[in-house]
Design a protein around this ligand. Structure first.
Ligand SMILES: *Cc1c(COP(=O)(O)O)cnc(C)c1O
Length: 468
């Protein structure tokens, strides 16, 4: 390339100009119509890099459950694996072998009867994993009904206050969702409420380990025992799929006594998000079945045109392999011991925060980080005379970059607004202290300059992260 050409001064200035003095960055960039010309890659990179500053700082996002802190080795592995397509198991046999190893390790972690023979796969996240687990239950229910010569047109699924993926699953696959609403202080499912809703058309019950709204664990073992009784009395044999999006990578390390997994015979499948407390980078989830019998064969496709004859059960086709490789890195790097240390640190930060936040305002802790995820949530005490809402507080905290979402609860507690913090890897005690100081200042400010018209839930929808 010619660096200097007297006739082409444009080219020269293009090469020598400071990026921000360049032609490219002297105007705004196209946003709605497809660009006609090329641009200098460095200029385009700068423009996009700069725009992304406005996204804010993910580490201060206390709404998300997802990984925002990564070891340098994980970043290296991600960069080295950008070209790996997870579906192309013949082209990338080692990536496929690594995925398979992760499935067995996870099955072992969740106490599958024979972890070497369990069947499972990676997905893009818990949502896809939940769909696959749900489909397997629907198929098994339908096969059984057909064999008995009974109608199969009215399947239903029972759950507590679930993450949106189960609403999607039920709507996309024509299943009635029997979601147990919150009542009073009961914010999760109970065995009694589950049993009330069971009938011959129930494809399965889905307890959540780490309910999205509060962080609490639903009582899997108790629900399982109640379903055992129901079977003894009525013959109805209803399986459990556990949505362990967060909890399936927490309980095995921090509460190994708690029975929620394949130790319960009735649990036929479990999903988890590798990119939440599995600590992998964004884009990986897992679903594992108790044994091969619980994944109907006609859900599996054999793909042979990539070479080889590879069975696949997935909603996607092509997808990146790096997250899975990094999940494997985490398993080897941390082991049970490392995960336990990291998650325990999160629990103690969550509990300490709950203790402090309770004291700085008229707040009632609804969940304090014990008996569920490393999270906390609170509401304003009933009858407390405060000149601001939790939506105002959330808004004020944004001025320091903190995202501490306030949102209304789902039915039947829409009347209650709460605020929630998820404590993740990378959010330590010192940062937590700084957050509390900012909260104290925000409360002082809102008390002194009480908003003339407070923010309500309708103002908060843009920032509603309750579902993540
Ligand atoms: C986050 C979450 C999901 C969805 O998981 P993704 O990995 O974001 O697809 C499903 N269920 C629960 C309980 C969750 O917390």
């Amino acid at each position: 390339m010619t660096l200097y050409n007297a006739d082409k001064t444009d080219l020269r200035s293009d090469v020598l100009d400071d990026d921000y003095a360049s032609e490219d960055l002297a105007r705004d960039l196209p946003k709605f119509s497809f660009p006609n010309h090329e641009r200098n890659p460095r200029h385009v990179y700068d423009a996009i890099h700069d725009e992304l500053m406005l996204d804010g700082n993910s580490r201060q996002n206390l709404a998300t459950f997802c990984t925002t802190w990564l070891e340098p080795e994980v970043r290296d592995l991600m960069a080295e694996t950008v070209d790996k397509n997870m579906i192309d198991k013949d082209e990338y046999p080692q990536t496929a072998a690594i995925e398979e190893r992760c499935v067995h390790m996870i099955a072992d972690l969740w106490n599958a009867p024979q972890s070497a023979q369990t069947i499972g796969c990676s997905t893009t996240g818990s949502s896809e994993a939940a769909m696959l687990g749900g489909l397997a239950m629907k198929w098994r229910w339908r096969d059984k009904r057909r064999a008995e010569g009974k109608p199969t047109d009215k399947p239903n699924l029972i759950c507590g206050p679930v993450q949106i993926c189960w609403h999607k699953f039920c709507r996309y696959w024509d299943i009635e969702i029997r979601e147990i609403p919150m009542e009073g202080d009961r914010l999760i499912m109970t065995p009694e409420e589950v049993i009330k809703r069971c009938d011959e058309n129930t494809i399965g019950v889905v307890p959540t380990l780490g309910v999205t709204f509060t962080g609490q664990y639903e009582p899997v073992a108790e629900v399982s025992a109640a379903l055992d009784n129901l079977q003894a009395e009525t013959g109805l044999d209803i399986p459990i799929h556990v949505d362990g999006a967060s909890g399936a990578f927490l309980a095995p390390f921090c509460d190994p006594i708690l029975k929620w997994d394949f130790r319960l015979e009735r649990v036929v499948s479990i999903n988890a998000s590798g990119h939440k407390f599995g600590l992998a980078p964004l884009g990986v989830g897992w679903v594992v079945w108790r044994d091969q019998e619980h994944l109907p064969k006609d859900l599996i496709f054999e793909v042979n045109y990539l070479g080889g004859n590879i069975p696949t059960f997935a909603l996607n086709f092509s997808r990146p392999g790096g997250e899975i490789i990094c999940q494997y890195y985490n398993f080897l790097r941390l082991g049970r011991e490392g995960y336990r240390k990291i998650q325990s640190a999160c629990y103690s930060t969550a509990q300490a925060l709950a203790h402090q936040i309770e004291k700085i305002g008229p707040f009632e802790m609804l969940y304090d980080g014990t008996g569920g995820m490393p999270a906390l949530c609170w509401s304003i005490k009933e009858g407390a005379d405060v000149p601001y809402t939790l939506f105002d507080l959330a808004d004020r905290l944004r001025s320091r970059g903190w995202l501490v979402p306030a949102y209304a609860m789902p039915p039947n507690r829409e009347d209650m607004a709460i605020q929630r913090i998820i404590v993740r890897h990378g959010f330590g005690r010192d940062l937590a202290d700084l957050l509390v100081e900012d909260m104290v200042r925000a409360i002082e400010h809102l008390t002194k300059h009480s908003p003339s018209k407070s923010l309500g839930r309708e103002d908060a929808t843009v920032h509603d992260h309750s579902g993540r």
